[in-house]
Write a protein that binds this ligand. Structure first.
Ligand code: ASP
Length: 352
């Protein structure tokens, strides 16, 4: 991946109080019209002119931009690797990071980055916008300014939010708990199973009890992913051939079964037998609910008891975005049995 790098001191002539790195990957946020009316990526060297309020944050900002900004529908593990490496390599020189990313797959990337950086002790704040920064009613300006403020916020010399988050529409959410839930209005993200970490109003109110505490170890970077994963989304009337097709996908090592409600699935013998056969072939089957809130409780209903009995692993209250990225990373780091042991255990606050 190629980058350009620029430094902007928003504090001059005063002294900068913090250093924050912005990683610009693309998405709606940075789109602007050139003189001929064509949409082109925003020129970050003009950011002080676009956002005069930046001066009041007294920051030394380094912007690292992907040379080819991407719509986040085109994001891949290669991009996660690049973002993780940029954070890892610049970790000691920065107080925090803001990642500008398209909203469509932001929750996947934020989840991936949270698993890639064990022992993270500094803020990594993802944000973006529903309307380009060049538009008069754009949400880009507020999202960026507040993300920068959160990324540089300290209490008694320590970062207030030492974890991977998504900041959007006045709310700070844990990144691996968030989901995109809205494509037209500004309130694009929610974390149904975890409290909001901060609300931005007249001041930023941090929910200190919900924010993670760093482990104290030194930062590590895990940057390999194995894409041998798939998703089987259940629906009433799903056919045996559809189920078999997913479970027998060539090379697949783990399948997320997106179940109903508290982790329920059909009890029809053909369905149970298909799952059993997949497990005996060595496949990892993970039960993740289609509900954005609540959790999988295998055994609560008759329709999930069998799943537990045949060896389907409960995903608890994990999101689909966190589950798929966690599986991809675990499969690259460990063998099947190591992945099976770790998948049901919280790695970065993604599940209870
Ligand atoms: N399609 C865009 C993206 O995810 C949407 C956005 O940025 O909000 O890159």
């Amino acid at each position: 991946m190629n980058y350009t790098r620029i430094s902007i001191n928003t504090a001059t002539p005063a002294e900068a109080r913090s250093r924050v790195m912005i990683i610009y990957t693309g998405g709606t946020f940075g789109m602007t019209y050139d003189e001929t009316g064509v949409l082109i990526p925003f020129d970050f060297s003009l950011i002080k002119e676009q956002l005069p309020a930046l001066r009041n944050l007294f920051l030394e900002i380094t912007v690292v931009s992907f040379t080819q900004p991407v719509d986040s529908s085109n994001i891949s593990p290669e991009h996660w690797k690049a973002i993780g490496e940029i954070i890892f390599e610049n970790y000691n020189s920065q107080d925090g990071f803001v990642v500008l990313h398209g909203t469509d797959t932001m929750a996947f990337t934020a989840s991936a980055i949270s698993f890639m950086l064990p022992n993270l002790a500094k803020p990594v704040i993802f944000t973006g916008a529903q309307l380009p920064i060049s538009q008069p009613r754009s949400d880009a300006r507020e999202n960026l300014i507040t993300s920068l403020e959160i990324a540089s916020a300290k209490l008694n010399g320590k970062p207030i939010v030492p974890e991977v988050c998504i900041y959007f529409d006045y709310q700070l959410l844990r990144g691996n708990r968030a989901k995109k839930v809205e494509s037209m209005h500004f309130d694009a993200f929610e974390s149904g199973n975890y409290p909001v970490l901060a609300k931005a109003g007249v001041k930023i109110d941090y929910n200190v009890a919900a924010i993670s505490t760093p482990s104290g170890g030194s930062l590590k970077l895990l940057s390999r992913f194995d894409s041998a994963v798939s998703i089987l989304k259940l629906f009433p009337g799903i056919s045996p051939s559809m189920v078999e097709a997913v479970l027998n996908t060539k090379g697949v090592k783990a399948v997320i079964i997106e179940t109903f409600g508290a982790g329920n699935a059909p009890t029809a013998s053909w369905f149970v037998e298909s799952l059993k056969a997949a497990i005996s072939r060595g496949l990892i089957l993970l039960n993740v609910s289609q509900c954005p809130g609540g959790m999988v409780e295998q055994g609560r209903y008759e329709t999930s008891k069998t799943l537990a009995e045949i060896g389907v692993i409960s995903g608890g209250d994990i999101t689909l975005e966190a589950a798929i990225t966690k599986l991809m990373l675990l499969l690259a780091e460990f063998d099947i049995s190591g992945t099976r042991t770790k998948i049901g255990v919280s790695q970065a606050g993604e599940m209870a």
